[in-house]
Every structure is written in structure tokens, then in C-alpha cells.
Design a protein around this ligand. Structure first.
Ligand code: TRP
Length: 335
């Protein structure tokens, strides 16, 4: 029997290299080993995009195509849309009794996100919504509704998983052993830095390379990437550890890395040439992804079919779990 794994993504924008190296690549590598549920978390996306339904709707399909284009195999993975599984919403309501408001306010992930969303939630989070504050509860329902044993996540999501475990323990202690406590599978790759050297690659930071970027865009972005500021002239020696171009060579051009490093240190490699080489390697890396992506762009009905199938499979599993949950909570009335 394969173990069940569950992970999710908020459909708020296309996938970039940070998503790929930090998550997607690992998902592709482990998709044979697990019974894999992959949630397109539109309900969660609406918690901070409730005023932008078009964006969330559109990105459900964008993200699905991004995932397919990197080789997540719909024969192996259940792709599903969160809002199409009302059992998750039902479970969220039951869990909301098992969590205190102050515990949610202290959740480090939630705290960080509230601080980042001043426009929506006020300078000190005074306009926080009930829905956003409660999204960890909904995420606990996401995981446990499918009896997810393992959850592949990045470091930033660990407090959410811890909160999920607490809810499971509380549920089991009150209603009897029913739910499975999930374990994390931590991503091996640390967070990918942006083209500007920022610790995080992100849409709002404007420093990301997207899987859907075309050749012109790649060229423009890499030509503007940050290099060692102490290197002024073409043949000045430089420090690759201060150069984002070198950092990205390390991701997509590993064969030539030693050479690049030593040439750069000796002043034998100009930044423009080095960037040109990276542009070529990046395009080579993205080419098979673009090709697959093109196929799905031209076959939207196939994408719908994949989501339809995955969602039916997920729904079946969620219904099974909810039978157990309602029975344990003594709300399985037979009228
Ligand atoms: N919170 C996750 C993110 O922002 C997305 C997500 C939704 C998720 N449901 C999940 C992750 C369940 C892991 C498990 O990226």
C-alpha cells in the first residue's frame, strides 16, 4: 500500500523557478511512490483575494497547466479543485471549535502574512477577516479530509502543519481515534533567491523567472540580473558568490559551473558574455516545459478532463473520511 501524500497551491499566479526548484521538481520525483493528492486551493486563495474572483478563477487553469508542463503526471496524481469538495468546508466548520482565536493569531505564518498585507488587513492587522485568520483551520481540513500522511512543504508552512497536528490530536482526544496526524516532508532545496539577490523570489517583488516566460522575456530579465557590484570592467576579477547570474548557472548549467567560477575569479569572463551563456542555458532548460505547456494551451478540454477526474477521485476519498468524522462526532443521523 502506498502512503497518501497531500499538498496544495494557491492559484494566484503562474509558477516561477522558486516554485519549481523548491517544490514542483520534488513532487515530480516522488509521484510514483505515493498516492498523491494535489489541491488547487481556490478557497484558500480567496481568503486574501475575495475581491478578485477573476484572478483566482483564471489561475486555477494556469497553475494546472504549469504543473502538467513540468511533468506532474495526471495518471499518477489526483489534481483537484478545493471548492469542488464541499466536505473540506464542512470539516473546517467542525475544526473551528477546536482552535482558539489567540492560537491562530500567534501562528507565525499567519502573523507574517498579515504584516505583508497591510492594504487588505490594516497596518496592525486590525481589519483582519475571520476567513483569513482561520485559513490554517481550513488547511488542516485539506490535509486530513484525504487522510494525508505526508505533506511536502517548505519551511514557511511548518507552523500550519503543526497547527493541523494539534487539531487532529484534539479531535481524537474528544471524539475518539479517527484522524491521522500528518508528517512533513521538507523540501530539500532552500528558498530560491530572486534575480535582484533578494532572499525570496516572488511576484510582488518583480524578481521572478516564470515557467511561461518566453525567450525575449528571459533575455531582458537576465540582462538586468544583479552581479558583483565591485566588478566594473569586463576583465576585473569578481566574486561569484555575490553574483545572481552565477547563482542561476548553478541551477540550470551545472556542467559548466567550475569553469564559470574559476574564469570569473580570474577576470577571464565578462558579465555580458556570462549572461548570454545563462540565457542560452535557461532557454534550454525551459524549452521542454514550454513545449508541453503549448500542448495543454491548445487542448483546454484535456485540462478540464484531468481536473474533473482528479476531483471525482478526491471527492470519493473525502466522502469516506467524512462518514468516519460524522460518526465519531455523533452527527451521523439516520432519519
Ligand atoms: N498554504 C499553501 C501555500 O500558500 C497552500 C496549501 C493549501 C497547502 N492547502 C494545503 C499546502 C495543504 C500543503 C497542504 O502555498
Amino acid at each position: 500500500m502506498k502512503k497518501t501524500i497531500l499538498t496544495g497551491l494557491r492559484p494566484t499566479g503562474n509558477l516561477h523557478l522558486g516554485h519549481y526548484f523548491g517544490a514542483g521538481k520534488t513532487w515530480r520525483e516522488i509521484q510514483d511512490e505515493y498516492d498523491f493528492f494535489l489541491e488547487i486551493a481556490d478557497v484558500q486563495a480567496l481568503t486574501d483575494n475575495f475581491n478578485n474572483p477573476d484572478k483566482v478563477h483564471e489561475n486555477v487553469f494556469e497553475i494546472t497547466k504549469d504543473l502538467l508542463s513540468i511533468g506532474i503526471d495526471p495518471e499518477k496524481v489526483h489534481f483537484f479543485i478545493q471548492s469542488k469538495i464541499p466536505e473540506i468546508a464542512e470539516l473546517t466548520v467542525f475544526y473551528s471549535n477546536l482552535v482558539t482565536v489567540s492560537r491562530l493569531q500567534r501562528n507565525p505564518t499567519v502573523k507574517t502574512e498579515i504584516a505583508q498585507k497591510k492594504e487588505l488587513f490594516g497596518n496592525n492587522g486590525e481589519s483582519i477577516t475571520y476567513g483569513f485568520l482561520g485559513y490554517p483551520v481550513s488547511q488542516a481540513a485539506d490535509i486530513t479530509c484525504f487522510e494525508g500522511e505526508c505533506v511536502p512543504v517548505g519551511e514557511d508552512q511548518l507552523p500550519l502543519l503543526e497547527q493541523c497536528r494539534e487539531i487532529v490530536r484534539k479531535f481524537n482526544s474528544i471524539y475518539g481515534e479517527t484522524l491521522i496526524e500528518p508528517q512533513q516532508v521538507l523540501s530539500k532545496t532552500p528558498r530560491i533567491k530572486g534575480l535582484d539577490g533578494n532572499e525570496k523570489m516572488g511576484k510582488s517583488l518583480g524578481n521572478a523567472i516564470y515557467l511561461v516566460d518566453d525567450e525575449e522575456t528571459i533575455k531582458r530579465k537576465i540582462m538586468n540580473a544583479v552581479t558583483d557590484p565591485n566588478k566594473i570592467k569586463k576583465d576585473d576579477p569578481a566574486d561569484p558568490s555575490k553574483c545572481m547570474v552565477y547563482y542561476y548557472h548553478n541551477l540550470v548549467n551545472q556542467e559548466n559551473l567550475d569553469n564559470i567560477c574559476s574564469e570569473c575569479k580570474q577576470g577571464l569572463r565578462g558579465c555580458v558574455d556570462c549572461k548570454k551563456e545563462l540565457i542560452a542555458s535557461m532557454n534550454q532548460f525551459l524549452e521542454p516545459i514550454r513545449e508541453k505547456r503549448k500542448y495543454y494551451d491548445e487542448h483546454p478540454e484535456e485540462v478540464n478532463q484531468i481536473l474533473h477526474k482528479g476531483t471525482s477521485e478526491a471527492k470519493e476519498k473525502a466522502e469516506e473520511t467524512m462518514k468516519k468524522v460524522r460518526k465519531a462526532m455523533k452527527i451521523d443521523y439516520e432519519l
